[in-house]
Ligand binder design. Structure first.
Ligand SMILES: [Zn+2]
Length: 372
């Protein structure tokens, strides 16, 4: 009797913990960080700096978050030219726990568009109740089935749009079922208006520059109207190819002189000495994202807001998660200061360019802001 109720209690705590992590990559990173063996077989992670991919429980040195790329399967990682780690041999994986095998088969099923089967039907096929399958999926993968499907759909949508498909074809191809479903769940994840994403910046002239700073390389790009992309990382080739991927049809040229003002503002901002929000922007996002990004630009340097405070500020107090997604989709580090948004309990929350970078930026801003 007693042990039963203790079990029930633990289960409730677990599901609360799981609900808080609603982003697939964040959940995957968490599994890598704690070397969670339970997620073995669900995905692999690859490290850009070493060219090696591992299973999540690998005992090798933990990589930096910003150097990590996630793949569903070893074949996907090898397709992206990574080689298997000798220590954990992720390609030779045999999962024996039947529940884990079932959950992994659900993951693999969702990775193929067109095979959208209802969770109930899948569960029946695998011999589980729908409720049980959903619960074990969340426990093992770290996000609910619905979040997993949406993350995969957003990836497919992005790939379809970039291949030149029309928005309506891409919505179908990605498996949204209807354009309404896409605009409710997917558009936000793209971080850019779908029309422009498809055009990939066609005919636009985008210039960029890179700046060496204490937090790494900052690659900033600007259209004729304003700053359209700012990324932080360590590998200049990776950063510029990310820019090219964001605007595949634009004419992208390096222009250090033309962007020297932008560079000086960003370099000063990294040191906490300049306010990066003075930069003119040319970002396209959904109406909701734009509201969030505008709200972020009103947070003074040296201050932070919680995700729920931002949600309240834009008049959508129930949309705390969506505010988090809009922050994660921010295309312009620093200039849209999503690093100034933290969790309610004061912990840092996520950051697209790595938690260490977020912490460094907040510390620099706190140091240079006179106490008020
Ligand atoms: Zn390994």
């Amino acid at each position: 009797m007693n042990s039963k109720s203790a079990n029930g209690k633990r289960r409730r705590c677990d599901s609360r913990r799981l609900r808080r992590v609603n982003n697939l990559d964040e959940a995957r990173w968490k599994a890598v960080e704690v070397r969670d063996g339970r997620t073995t077989g669900v995905f692999v992670y690859a490290v850009r700096t070493t060219g090696v991919y591992c299973r999540p429980g690998c005992s090798s040195r933990r990589p930096l978050r910003r150097n990590v790329q996630f793949f569903a399967t070893p074949a996907d990682a090898e397709g992206a030219c990574y080689r298997a780690c000798r220590r954990c041999s992720p390609q030779e994986l045999r999962v024996t726990d039947p529940t884990a095998v079932a959950v992994i088969s659900v993951c693999r099923r969702f990775e193929h568009p067109g095979s959208e089967q209802s969770v109930r039907a899948l569960a029946a096929e695998l011999g589980y109740s729908e409720r049980h399958l959903r619960r074990r999926f969340s426990e093992i993968v770290g996000v609910p089935i619905g979040s997993y499907q949406r993350a995969l759909q957003a990836d497919r949508m992005r790939a379809a749009l970039q291949s030149g498909m029309t928005v309506s074809d891409a919505i179908y191809e990605a498996g949204y079922g209807s354009s309404r479903a896409f605009y409710e769940h997917g558009a936000m994840r793209l971080g850019m208006a779908p029309g422009r994403y498809r055009a990939g910046g066609r005919g636009e002239r985008i210039s960029y520059t890179s700046i060496v700073t204490p937090i790494g390389l900052v690659v900033a790009a600007s259209s004729e109207r304003g700053v359209c992309s700012v990324n932080v990382g360590f590998d200049e080739a990776a950063l510029t190819s990310r820019l090219a991927a964001e605007f595949p049809n634009a004419i992208i040229e390096r222009d250090d002189d033309g962007l020297s003002d932008v560079a000086s503002v960003l370099a000063g901002a990294v040191r906490g000495e300049k306010d990066p929000t003075i930069l003119p922007l040319d970002l396209e996002g959904t109406a909701f994202q734009t509201r969030v990004w505008e709200a972020l630009r009103s947070i003074p340097a040296g201050r932070t807001r919680s995700y729920s405070e931002v949600a309240a500020q834009i008049g959508a107090p129930g949309a705390v998660r969506a505010v988090g997604s809009a922050c994660a989709a921010n295309p312009a580090a620093l200039a849209v200061p999503c690093h100034r948004v933290v969790r309610q309990d004061g912990s840092l929350g996520g950051y697209r360019w790595g938690i260490a970078t977020k912490r460094a930026l907040l510390e620099a801003e706190a140091t240079h802001t006179a106490p008020q």
